[in-house]
Ligand binder design. Sequence first.
Ligand code: DAH
Length: 343
Amino acid sequence: MSVSIQILKVEIEELKKKAAHQIKEIVFDNVETFRIKFLSRKGEIAILFEKLKEISVSEKPEAGKLLNELRNQITATFEKKLETLNQAKTESDNFVDVSLPGRTQKLGSLHPISQTMMEIEKIFYGMGFNSVVGPEIEDDFHNFTALNFPKNHPARDMQDTFFINEDILLRTHTTSVQIRAMELDKPPMRIIMPGRVYRNEAISSRSYCLFHQVDGVYIDKKVSMADLKGTLVSFAKQFYGSSIKYKIRPSYFPFTEPSLEMDITCFLCKGNGCKICKHSGWLEILGAGMIHPNVYKSVGINKNEWNGFAFGMGIERITLLRMGIDDIRMLYENDVRMLQQLA
Ligand code: DAH
């Protein structure tokens, strides 16, 4: 049962050819396939080595020599190929195609709420107002008591206010900032106070647990209702368009006396009546009034020396209307596809 060296020689030659042919086909991803097939412990070369056992003693040395040569040759060619492949890979990794177009940077955009806020701020800056911000976590004094809310006022109910403890809460309006501003600064003052407010309301397409407001205060000597009206009308015309009509009607807020609310002709139906204005042709845009004497008292401003007005407006509703969105929650989901459309 011996194998003649002649047959072995033929097999060696065949394997040489086969390997030489396959080595040409090697690419970076199938290097291992070649190595396993030819050079591993169970590979084709190893199989030929197995046959040494069956070669006669006299021919063994020559057969061994031939097999060793075969293995060395294939190993050497394989390693050389590997080196070429590695070199090519490094070169392609480092290659910079300077003719490719540059990668453009994706730009973000301002959130619709920020856009509205900034537009409002710009208009008031034009009328000499400065911007002031205050804390979102407030105490009862700044949010309610100093603003002349009676102790049993329903707005203090757990229903509307997120209380942190008996005294600390999430502010329910930016009107709290006017108290902080009056504590820190002396009149005359002409400031707007933009910011985020929180209310414990059932979440729906129309209301959310947080939203934004801009409050304003103007305190000086001899500030009158006429100044208030002039400021509000000027703002409304700049913001909503010079052709809008407006309506000022009496209202009630604890921190102003007299108090008023301002409506403008619905800018969607131009006053003809639509779903948004509930077919009235009017939209309520803000609350305002002359600052209540009790408010001055709570911050130690002499009410006989100074007087002024205050106003406040919500940002969400007008943003929704202007952007043509019908669900307030969309402003808080941060869906990039939606934000990009409103950029
Ligand atoms: N704080 C009121 C609200 O949240 C809005 C408001 C009304 C603010 C009249 C004012 C004001 O400063 O004078 O509904």
